[in-house]
Write a protein that binds this ligand. Structure first.
Ligand code: HEC
Ligand code: HEC
Ligand code: HEC
Ligand code: HEC
Ligand code: HEC
Length: 172
């Protein structure tokens, strides 16, 4: 399915001006993580990003998984020392969220992955980023609907929202 590769790559110069006004497009993270460095190792997205049942969300690898490499890689780095502390304490790294939609929106990654929509269609060229940034408008209603129109997917209000327009009028 080459379909999705034809989507223009969103420009990092034009970050999402949509819903997430309060969130910076590239928040400061507790550990400076580079997708570019790790993509150069030929790691698949799925190595660090699972999609557990029921499939709505995508997880980020826990520190213990990172440590399978970092027990021996870059161990002198302050960032890796911090990572090792989280792993030892069995704690998740408190990564700051970059993409999110409000609770009143039905969202499932799995629906999209099963339709062969690539990560990059919604998140841009993550593998080229030293600092992960929000570079698309996928968290806005316009961003969702635009792609649904292009691909003849459902654009009915109730596809993404509960109930009829009366309910929607009461939304924040
Ligand atoms: C070696 C592990 C690793 C690999 C491989 C990896 N990621 Fe990530 N990803 C992370 C970590 C750690 C974070 C949280 C820190 C950050 O945002 O940079 C993250 C964050 C993200 C986010 C932002 C999540 C949010 O907060 O909204 C997206 C989107 C993402 N990754 C997509 C991808 C894609 C697409 C690929 C494959 C091209 C990929 N990642 C490969 C570890 C990885
Ligand atoms: C397949 C092995 C592998 C995995 C898994 C992996 N890394 Fe890495 N990581 C590397 C390599 C190789 C480098 C580059 C080291 C260098 O340049 O000296 C690196 C570099 C880094 C650096 C920069 C270190 C520095 O200061 O130079 C950070 C931070 C980092 N990784 C965090 C993570 C996190 C967080 C995860 C888990 C989400 C993770 N890594 C998973 C192999 C891995
Ligand atoms: C059709 C668009 C779309 C595709 C395809 C997509 N994402 Fe997302 N992604 C989103 C949206 C929208 C959010 C915010 C979801 C929320 O708030 O629950 C998100 C959030 C995330 C997050 C933050 C955690 C979470 O589940 O909310 C990560 C990590 C992530 N995506 C990684 C990926 C990776 C890796 C792929 C490919 C395997 C991918 N995404 C494919 C749209 C997409
Ligand atoms: C890059 C393209 C793309 C983007 C962006 C996108 N979608 Fe989709 N979406 C699809 C496709 C294609 C399908 C059809 C899947 C199928 O029918 O198998 C779909 C299906 C769905 C469905 C299931 C609809 C049904 O009736 O079965 C929901 C719900 C949905 N998307 C919500 C969203 C939301 C919410 C957003 C924005 C946060 C979004 N989508 C962004 C491509 C996209
Ligand atoms: C493909 C998914 C999708 C479809 C179809 C869709 N919406 Fe939305 N809608 C969203 C997302 C995502 C948001 C949250 C983003 C935002 O607030 O900008 C949203 C937000 C809203 C809001 C709150 C706006 C605000 O400013 O807080 C209303 C009201 C709304 N939608 C009404 C509708 C109506 C009416 C329809 C049918 C004509 C519809 N939506 C169809 C995805 C969708």
């Amino acid at each position: 399915m080459g379909l999705w590769a034809q989507q223009p790559a969103p420009s990092p110069d034009k970050p999402d001006q949509g819903t997430s006004k309060a969130q910076p497009a590239a928040p400061h993270q507790p550990i400076p993580f580079s997708h570019k460095t790790h993509a150069a190792l030929d790691l698949k997205c799925e190595t660090c990003h699972g999609n557990p049942d029921p499939g709505d969300n995508i997880t980020i690898a826990d520190p213990a998984t990172c440590m399978t490499c970092h027990e021996s890689v870059a161990t002198d780095s302050p960032a890796i020392k911090k990572l090792a502390e989280y792993a030892q304490a069995h704690k998740a790294v408190p990564w700051v969220r970059i993409y999110s939609v409000p609770d009143f929106v039905y969202w499932s990654h799995r629906t999209h992955l099963q339709a062969d929509v690539r990560c990059q269609a919604c998140h841009g060229q993550v593998e080229q980023m030293d600092v992960t940034a929000r570079v698309t408008n996928v968290t806005t209603m316009a961003g969702c609907v635009e792609c649904h129109q292009q691909h003849n997917a459902n654009t009915g209000c109730s596809a993404c929202h509960e109930g009829a327009s009366a309910e929607l009028r009461r939304m924040p």
